[in-house]
Write a protein that binds this ligand. Structure first.
Ligand SMILES: [Zn+2]
Length: 210
């Protein structure tokens, strides 16, 4: 049995100036998802950097002794420097997360370069500017954020940031095909229809849940 959404207010009516259209809501939701996946990518990249550094040190350790272990015989001055040892261990393994992180960082910087305020991350600037973006610009932002988020989640094998909403009909097209983003915390999550272009804040539909 399906339940039709009856919203607390007119769905994102024209007087709502913060996120005035479904495109803005979808962009906001996609940026939240991207913020989460990008944070994980950054963490994984840093962890991989540390793992590579540890591997290099471990690979250099056997070179210290007994070949280089002349500490007693030569008065402790003959051990090679760590850098010299590391140069003997071959080329550094590449960090598999760095290329995508750098590419994504560059893409977001391109989008944010003309947006205020300076001094914060590109993603924060884009999120802050979203309510003032035109509908086409919000649509492009949504598409870009979703595309980047999907690439990151594929690389990291992260689950998608959406949850099916059972038994609730879309108020626009009547299909039972709503999904809810899992970021940010409720009630600011966005519910999207996968059949039409409708999108709403969870707070606007929560009262209608079965
Ligand atoms: Zn719909």
């Amino acid at each position: 049995m399906s339940t039709t959404i009856t919203t607390r207010t007119t769905l994102r009516s024209a007087d709502v100036t913060d996120l005035p259209t479904p495109e803005h809501l979808r962009a906001s939701a996609a940026l939240w998802s991207l913020r989460a996946s990008l944070s994980t990518l950054s963490d994984r990249e840093a962890a991989e950097d540390k793992a590579i550094a540890d591997e290099r040190v471990a690979a250099a350790d056997p070179l210290k002794s007994p070949v280089w272990g002349g500490r007693q015989a030569l008065g402790g001055h003959s051990d090679p420097t760590t850098d010299a040892l590391l140069q003997l261990t071959g080329p550094v393994r590449e960090n598999r997360f760095t290329p995508l992180l750098e590419e994504v960082t560059g893409q977001l910087a391109n989008v944010a370069q003309h947006l205020p305020p300076a001094g914060v991350t590109s993603l924060v600037r884009i999120v802050a500017a979203l309510p003032q973006l035109s509908k086409p610009a919000a649509f492009s932002t949504w598409q870009l954020a979703d595309r980047i988020d999907s690439r990151i989640r594929r690389l990291l094998s992260l689950p998608g940031d959406r949850q099916y909403v059972p038994r609730v009909k879309c108020p626009w097209c009547d299909a039972v095909s709503l999904v809810m983003r899992l970021e940010p915390p409720q009630p600011d999550r966005v519910v999207e229809c996968t059949t039409c272009t409708g999108a709403w804040l969870w707070a606007d539909v929560a009262g209608a849940r079965p």
